[in-house]
Design a protein around this ligand. Structure first.
Ligand code: ADP
Ligand code: MG
Ligand code: MG
Ligand code: MG
Ligand code: MG
Ligand code: MG
Length: 666
């Protein structure tokens, strides 16, 4: 969730004059950290997940499931509990944790939605394979602890989007009518926003900077009785509190689409993120690049959000909804008006896929960075003058084309180059599908980290653990064999679009690299990079003749990407590669068997034996007796769906139709 500074926030108009100052200081802070931490070596592998929850409140009399707005009270209660535990001395040190993996005490955080919670393992997991077996129990523990701090009729569920967020009538507990000065939404009240001042300010400033409300249109899923052509009947054209209401009268709501107009529709959805610490900056850069092409693939494979604002839509995942929900670009920046006040036409939202690779590995070819991106050139020059190399300077100079959205007056007054607040201001509001995380400070024990951000949260902890463990094992395999997944970055962006389509996991094809072993580098050991951050290339092996980049990749199904292509020259499949890595290391039988269960989930998701949560949710709705085949997810269907999600999340329902739908059917 990035940084939660306290203080007096500036409105967008007040903040604007300080934008350059914040950026300059941010770059100064970054350079300071980079200079001191760039030669940090031998950090150990640590990693951790973040899981986000919706807090749901049932009304058993009316058979209704709504979003509970008690985040603050629940967190307060949890913190009190944590203090008690700390006073009791049972929060272990990192060292103790590596000896007793079961001992972690989960940490809970606030999130954008006042109906959300985020939980992480209290301390990161270590690097052993055995430690991976503690992941699912840890996740289960978090769910139990969260529930203990809720009321009898509240429950945490791991559903990516709440099906009835923004429907007419009550969808929160307590009820608030829509509208409010912050989001000015015609669908959701401002009361759904975490009241911590950062969040309302972020919401209002995105809207102000953009010059209109945010605008999201998702294609509706046409069922038997869906009116065709579909015109979103929940849109009200005559609300006149704010000039922004002109949006819909000017055509913001597209025919055939479900229309949404507030940040909460995106930032109110839940995801599963994984952060790794690399052994040094160069390994972090390698991992950033190598995992980048996996982002869209894992989005499609984890797809879990087919319903928005009470309608079945024709997309399966949340990503583009959030992208639209925080899109602060002005009309000029979106290319709708000639540039006058603004500097650039920017093709992507602040929340979007990565646009530039950063590694200096020998497997990298300049052709992979095939998208011209805007860069803040004066600030890039400062980074270059400070000694940073071109690809990394370019990455940060690209992030720094954005304005700071929330500035606290205190942070302008109390500036220190040894903090990272100005840097994080820009960094943490660039929500790309990978994040390159520098150490928080030059002196920090925490090293260079990479965050994998595209996955949707899964209904069960078995799945959340499986997706997390898969990514961890993949990083081990990539580093161990020196694998190369590069494709042109424009193809990653294209894949991201493809990943959203209904049932993309089985019906779509994705650009993927054919040959991932590094045969061109004869003496490459595969153990880390052989270029130093300083850029010495003296020991770089001589590459063999390279063919055209277009010959390096092709379209593959996710089944082929995960389970392999047939034929001798076919792509072996990521699971096969991971298994061969596991065969090459010392792992006890029990651990190996347990890990196989998780890999099996990925295998079966990819080949269609098991359903994605998105498909399961669609089927649940479409088979429900109260569903009227008109794409609408009414309160009765929603209640049963949420109950089912709760049952699955609690690990109940094994062997029932519910469980079978997700895991055994076909
Ligand atoms: P953010 O919201 O900024 O992405 P969080 O603090 O919510 O970050 O989550 C970061 C995750 O990274 C947690 O799961 C945590 O366990 C993990 N983590 C913490 N420290 C390290 C570290 N040094 N290396 C790797 N992962 C870490
Ligand atoms: Mg979060
Ligand atoms: Mg977090
Ligand atoms: Mg976060
Ligand atoms: Mg964050
Ligand atoms: Mg995160």
């Amino acid at each position: 969730m990035g940084l939660l500074s306290l203080g007096t926030p500036l409105t967008w108009e007040e903040a604007k004059p300080y934008a350059d100052l914040v950026r300059e200081r941010g770059i100064e802070q970054l350079l300071n950290i980079w200079k001191k931490a760039k030669s940090k070596e031998r950090d150990i592998l640590l990693w951790g997940d973040e899981i986000e929850y919706l807090v749901v409140s049932y009304d058993e009399d009316s058979k209704d499931a709504r979003l509970s707005l008690r985040q603050a009270e629940i967190l307060k209660d949890l913190a009190h509990d944590e203090e008690l535990r700390k006073a009791g001395g049972c929060v272990p040190s990192l060292q103790e944790i590596s000896q007793k993996p079961g001992q972690r005490v989960p940490t809970f955080h606030a999130e954008y939605g006042r109906f959300m919670l985020e939980a992480t393992p209290g301390a990161p997991y270590g690097g052993t394979l055995r430690d991976l077996l503690t992941v699912e129990p840890d996740m289960k523990k978090r769910r139990v602890i969260a529930k203990q701090h809720m009321t009898k009729n509240e429950t945490p569920i791991t559903m990516t989007s709440f099906p009835r967020l923004g429907v007419p009538g009550a969808f929160t507990q307590p009820y608030y009518p829509p509208h409010g000065p912050i989001a000015r939404s015609i669908f959701v009240p401002d009361e759904i926003i975490n009241p911590h001042i950062r969040f309302p300010t972020l919401t209002a400033n995105i809207r102000s900077r953009r010059g209109s409300k945010v605008c999201i249109n998702l294609p509706v899923f046409y069922d038997e009785k869906t009116p065709n052509p579909f015109k979103d009947p929940t849109v009200q054209y005559d609300l006149s509190d704010y000039p922004e209401d002109g949006d819909v009268r000017n055509g913001a709501a597209k025919d055939g689409h479900v229309y949404m107009d507030a940040m909460g529709f995106g930032m109110g959805s839940c995801c599963l993120q994984i952060t790794f610490q690399a052994k040094n900056i160069s390994e972090a850069r390698t991992l950033y690049d190598q995992l980048c092409p996996l982002g869209p693939i894992m989005l499609a494979l984890s797809a879990a959000s087919p319903i928005f604002k009470g309608y079945l839509t024709d997309i399966d995942c949340r990503w583009n909804v959030i992208s639209g929900a925080v899109d602060d670009r002005t009309e000029e920046e979106r290319g709708l008006k000639p540039l006058n006040e603004n500097k650039y036409v920017i093709p992507k939202s602040r929340y979007d896929s990565v646009s530039t690779y950063i590694s200096q590995d020998p497997g990298y070819r300049p052709e992979y960075n095939d998208v011209d991106i805007h860069q803040n050139l004066p600030l890039k020059q400062k980074l270059l003058d400070g000694g940073m190399d071109e690809p990394l300077a370019k990455h940060f100079a690209h992030l720094f084309i954005r304005d700071p959205l929330v500035i606290f007056s205190e942070s302008i007054k109390n500036y220190s180059v040894d903090n990272n607040d100005n840097f994080e201001n820009i960094q943490s509001t660039n929500w790309q599908h990978m994040r390159f995380k520098p150490p928080p400070s030059a002196e920090d024990a925490i090293g260079w980290r990479v965050e994998f951000r595209s996955m949707e949260v899964q209904l069960t902890d078995f799945e959340n653990a499986a997706f997390s463990i898969f990514i961890v094992l993949l990083t081990r395999t990539i580093l161990s064999y020196g694998l190369n997944f590069y494709i042109p970055i424009s193809k990653v962006t294209e894949n991201m679009g493809t990943a959203h389509r209904r049932n993309a996991v089985l019906s779509e094809k994705f650009y993927f690299r054919k040959q991932v072993f590094p045969p061109r580098y004869a003496n490459r050991s595969g153990k880390g990079s052989n270029t130093s951050p300083g850029g010495s290339t003296s020991n770089t092996p001589k590459p063999v003749e390279l063919g055209p980049v277009e010959d390096e990749y092709c379209l593959m199904t996710i089944n082929e990407i995960m389970n392999g292509q047939s034929g001798q020259d076919g792509f072996p499949g990521l699971i096969t590669l991971i298994e061969s890595y596991l065969n090459s290391v010392n792992v006890d039988v029990e651990t190996r068997c347990e890990l196989a269960r998780y890999l099996d989930l990925i295998r079966k998701r990819s080949n269609g034996t098991w359903e994605t949560a998105a498909t399961w949710i669609r089927n649940f709705v479409q088979c429900h007796p109260d569903y009227e085949k008109d794409s609408r997810v009414n309160a009765a269907v929603n209640y049963d769906l949420v109950k089912a999600a709760e049952t699955l999340g609690n690990g109940e329902g094994k062997g029932t139709n519910l469980w079978n739908g997700l895991f055994e059917k076909r």
